[in-house]
Write a protein that binds this ligand. Structure first.
Ligand SMILES: [Fe+2]
Length: 235
């Protein structure tokens, strides 16, 4: 199992707050069967003004600290969750977006209540810079939910889509849960991720994995957690 969206790097965003919390999260994910995690700290104007170079340094020290703490750990890699804002476009135009290990795919998140103006043009500009957009938790965006049978004109075509598994357990409200189930029924998602921020969410994640298997079957679970994420983002 691969997790392409998780906030386990400590002290850089609203995810893990200490090395102990990080270690509890990565160990817990290993126990659930994850063999590789890509930690995706937020880069967002105003809220999380992380710089790629600083995140890369922090990640390499953090990974060494995780191995010092020991135990069976998944393989750990770094990308980022880029909010679609001016910084994201500036990093794209200077070839500094923090990609997945494939060197091309970038995790992007949208606001929850609105869509950025001329979103399809913005997505096209990022693609022209050589990147492939992977959209985080589309089920949390109100406008995409309101056009749930055909939201892709807004994005200029369907990007790769990551389900946030905790949505299946109501973590983000009834509307997000309904949209997630609808898009699972339609086969829209390319991969399923934990978007874990706290060790306490591991219980709900386990329940979500069981829900995924019970309602959509073991084969779909295997695709969304194995071959799907591998095809999107791993070299
Ligand atoms: Fe996230």
């Amino acid at each position: 199992m691969f997790d392409l969206h998780v906030h386990v790097l400590a002290g850089v965003d609203d995810g893990a707050r200490s090395l102990d919390e990080s270690h509890a999260m990565v160990s817990g994910l290993a126990e659930l069967g994850y063999c590789k995690l890509v930690t995706t700290p937020h880069i967002r104007d105003g809220l999380f003004p992380n710089k790629p170079e600083a995140l890369t340094r922090a990640f390499s020290e953090w990974r060494a600290a995780m191995h010092e703490k020991g135990g069976a750990l998944p393989e750990l890699a770094l990308a980022a969750e880029h909010h679609l804002d001016a910084t994201c476009l500036e990093l794209a135009s200077t070839q500094r977006l923090m990609t997945y290990p494939d060197g091309r795919s970038v995790l992007v998140e949208l606001p929850y209540e609105t869509l950025p103006p001329r979103l399809s043009d913005v997505c096209f500009r990022i693609a022209l810079c050589g990147y492939a957009i992977v959209l985080a938790h589309p089920e949390r965006n109100r406008v995409l939910r309101e056009h749930r049978d055909d939201p892709w004109p807004f994005t200029g075509g369907r990007p790769k889509l990551l389900l946030d598994l905790l949505a299946l357990e109501g973590e983000y409200g009834a509307e997000a849960e309904r949209a997630a189930c609808h898009w699972l029924d339609l086969g829209y998602y390319d991969a399923a991720c934990s978007d874990l921020h706290r060790p306490s969410q591991l219980v709900k994640l386990n329940a979500a994995l069981e829900t995924l298997e019970r309602r959509w079957g073991p084969e779909r679970r295997q695709v969304l957690l194995g071959s799907g994420p591998a095809a999107i983002a791993l070299p």
